[in-house]
Design a protein around this ligand. Structure first.
Ligand code: SF4
Length: 146
């Protein structure tokens, strides 16, 4: 029987809930996932060997494997098993970038007094709203990481 990869062992030992809820102590997971996405997006559909990604993020193999399983369950990445220098590993490919709640927390619509009257085709509309336009421009200028 071929040797199981670390991920296959983890999948047989952990429940789906344990995989999905994986957190690294004292680490902002949302920010870490965003970093993963930023790195993977540069590799487009060619993907990146997970060992190289863990090295870049200074994560151990175990932590990286747990993170990869979580990201796959979230629908953020796909994993392709492949043989590299005689060992099985995975290539990670970005599927979709998760939306961060941090990215909309300053949105003017969340505190807007006329939000009830705001419609796409009305007099008050996101198409013509100066507050929304200012906010979008400020978001574009903002660096992604503090
Ligand atoms: S688009 Fe402008 S007017 Fe409409 S809810 Fe947002 S801030 Fe308010």
């Amino acid at each position: 029987m071929p040797e199981l990869t670390l991920e296959e062992k983890l999948e047989s030992e952990l429940t789906e809930e344990e995989i999905e809820r994986f957190q690294i102590e004292k680490v902002n997971m949302e920010q870490l996932i965003r970093k993963v996405c930023d790195i993977l997006v540069e590799h487009e559909s060619a993907g990146m060997l997970q060992n190289n990604l863990w090295k870049k993020l200074k994560l151990s193999d175990m932590t990286g494997s747990r993170l990869a399983l979580k990201l796959e369950r979230m629908g953020t990445i796909t994993r392709e098993k492949l043989l590299e220098n005689g060992r099985w590993t995975y290539k990670l490919i970005l599927k979709k970038t998760p939306i961060s709640t941090q990215s909309i927390e300053d949105a003017p619509c969340l505190v807007c007094k006329v939000e009830q009257k705001c419609t796409l085709d009305g007099d008050i509309s996101p198409r013509t709203c100066p507050y929304l336009e200012d906010w979008v421009v400020s978001m574009i200028k903002k660096p992604r990481f503090k």
